[in-house]
Design a protein around this ligand. Structure first.
Ligand code: FAD
Ligand code: MG
Length: 360
C-alpha cells in the first residue's frame, strides 16, 4: 500500500503541551501571491514571519514603518486565540468543552462564545455543510498526521453519527454544551479567519494603514497599496504541488480565503483524500471542486463560507453566497472551469490559459 502525505501547514511545537502531529510531514507552499508591486518600490514594506502559530506559517507585512512592538502585539493576539480555540492543545477552551461532551456545560470566554455563534450560524445557513462539530471525523481520518488512513466504513458511520451542530447548545453566561459523549468541536475551518480579523484590528489600532496579512493562505489586506492602487492577490493554482497562480483578485480592504483539497491530503492506493469533510458522507468532500476562494470584508465569515462552499459544490455554493450580503466567490471545478460571482466579476482577472473562465 502506497501512502503519500502532504500538508502546507507547519506542525508546531511552540508549547509544552504535546501536539498530536509530528513535525516531519509538512512542506511549505506559497498559497497566494501579491502581484505587481513594482509601483510600490519607493515604500519599503516590513515583514515578519512566524512558523507554528495556528499550525501554519504566518507572514505579516506592514507598509507603515511600524515598530517591532506592533508586530509583537499582532503575533501575541494570534497566539492567544490559538490558546483558547485549538483542538490540539489539551488546556484550550475547546478541548475543555470536548472533554465535557454529554456530561456538562463549560463556560468559555466571550470571544470563543461569539465565534461558536458565528460557526453555528454558518452551519445553519449551509445546511450543515460547514459544521463545527466535525471533530470526530477529523480525529478518525487523522489527515495531516502520521496516522492518516482510510477508516473502515463502520468507523466512518459511527463518527458521522456524532456530528450535528443542532446538538451544540450555546446557553446562558457563555455556557457551551455538546449533547452527546464523544462529540467534539473543531474550529479549524473558521478560527484562522477570526484570527485574521483580530490581527487586522490590532494593526489598525496601532495606526497601521496599509497591510497584507497572510495567515497560512488566509489573506487579509487593508488600505490598498501605498500608491493608491488596489492590492492584487494571485490565487494559487489548485493542483497538488503546482506553482503559480491562475487568476488575480483586486481589492483595497478585506479578506481573501481559499479552501481546497490540494494542500493537506494523503494518497492511499492511488486515491487522494483531503482534509475537508462532507458531514453527510463522512468522507472528504467530493463536490466537483478543486478550490473555492471567498472575498469578503469579514475574514471569519470568509473562512466559514470557503469551507461550506467547498463541501456544497458549485451550484449550491453559488446559491449560498447569493443569500449573504458582501460575500463573493471564485469556484474552480475539477475540469478547470472558473466561475465567479457577479459581484466580483470586475475585480477578478484570469491569468492562466489552462483554466477556462465561464461567464455566468
Ligand atoms: P478550511 O477549509 O478553512 O478548513 C478545513 C479544516 O476545517 C479541516 O482541517 C478541519 O479542521 C475542519 N473541517 C473539515 N471539514 C469541515 C466541515 N465540513 N465543516 C467545518 N469544519 C471542517 N494545524 C496543524 O498542523 N497543527 C496544529 O497544531 C494546528 N493548530 C491549529 C489551531 C487553530 C486554533 C487553528 C484555527 C488551526 C490549527 N491548525 C493546526 C490548522 C487546522 O488544523 C486546519 O487544517 C486549518 O485551519 C485548515 O484551514 P484551511 O484553510 O486549509 O481549510
Ligand atoms: Mg474555512
Amino acid at each position: 500500500m502506497y501512502k503519500l502525505q502532504c500538508t502546507n501547514y507547519k506542525l508546531c511545537s511552540r508549547r509544552r503541551v504535546s501536539r498530536k502531529w509530528s513535525p516531519y510531514l509538512y512542506i511549505v507552499i506559497c498559497t497566494f501571491y501579491i502581484v505587481s508591486l513594482a509601483g510600490c518600490a519607493s515604500t519599503q514594506p516590513e515583514s515578519r514571519t512566524r512558523d507554528g502559530l495556528l499550525g501554519t506559517v504566518i507572514t505579516l507585512t506592514l507598509y507603515d514603518h511600524a515598530p517591532d512592538a506592533v508586530f509583537g502585539a499582532m503575533f501575541d493576539r494570534i497566539g492567544a486565540i490559538e490558546d483558547e480555540m485549538s483542538v490540539n492543545l489539551a488546556d484550550s477552551e475547546i478541548s475543555a468543552v470536548n472533554a465535557a461532551a454529554g456530561l456538562k456545560s463549560v463556560t468559555v470566554s466571550d470571544e470563543t462564545f461569539a465565534l461558536l455563534r458565528a460557526a453555528r450560524d454558518i452551519a445553519a445557513l449551509s445546511d450543515g455543510a460547514f459544521d463545527p462539530t466535525v471533530e470526530p471525523l477529523v480525529k478518525l481520518w487523522g489527515i495531516g498526521t502520521p496516522d492518516a488512513h482510510v477508516p473502515l466504513p463502520e468507523e466512518i458511520a459511527a463518527a458521522r453519527a456524532l456530528i450535528g451542530y443542532r446538538d451544540l447548545t450555546l446557553g446562558e453566561d457563555n455556557g457551551v454544551f455538546l449533547a452527546r459523549e464523544n462529540m467534539g468541536l473543531d474550529l479549524g475551518g473558521i478560527a484562522k479567519g477570526y484570527a485574521g480579523d483580530e490581527v487586522l484590528r490590532v494593526a489598525r489600532e496601532a495606526g497601521v494603514q496599509h497591510a497584507v496579512l497572510d495567515l497560512g493562505g488566509n489573506i487579509v489586506v487593508c488600505g490598498g497599496r501605498p500608491d493608491g492602487k488596489p492590492w492584487r492577490i494571485g490565487l494559487k493554482n489548485p493542483e497538488p504541488g503546482a506553482d503559480g497562480y491562475f487568476g488575480v483578485v483586486s481589492l483595497f480592504d478585506g479578506a481573501v480565503v481559499t479552501s481546497g483539497g490540494y494542500e493537506r491530503y494523503f494518497i492511499e492506493d492511488g486515491v487522494t483524500y483531503h482534509h475537508i469533510f462532507d458531514p453527510q458522507t463522512g468522507y472528504p468532500a467530493d463536490s466537483g471542486l478543486k478550490a473555492v476562494t471567498i472575498v469578503d470584508d469579514n475574514s471569519t465569515q470568509a473562512d466559514g463560507l470557503s469551507t461550506a462552499c467547498f463541501v456544497l459544490g458549485l451550484t449550491r455554493g453559488m446559491d449560498l453566497l447569493g443569500r449573504i450580503d458582501g460575500a463573493e466567490g471564485v469556484f474552480v471545478t475539477d475540469d478547470n472551469k472558473v466561475y465567479v460571482t457577479p459581484g466580483l466579476a470586475d475585480r477578478f482577472e484570469m491569468t492562466d490559459g489552462a483554466y477556462e473562465f465561464m461567464q455566468n
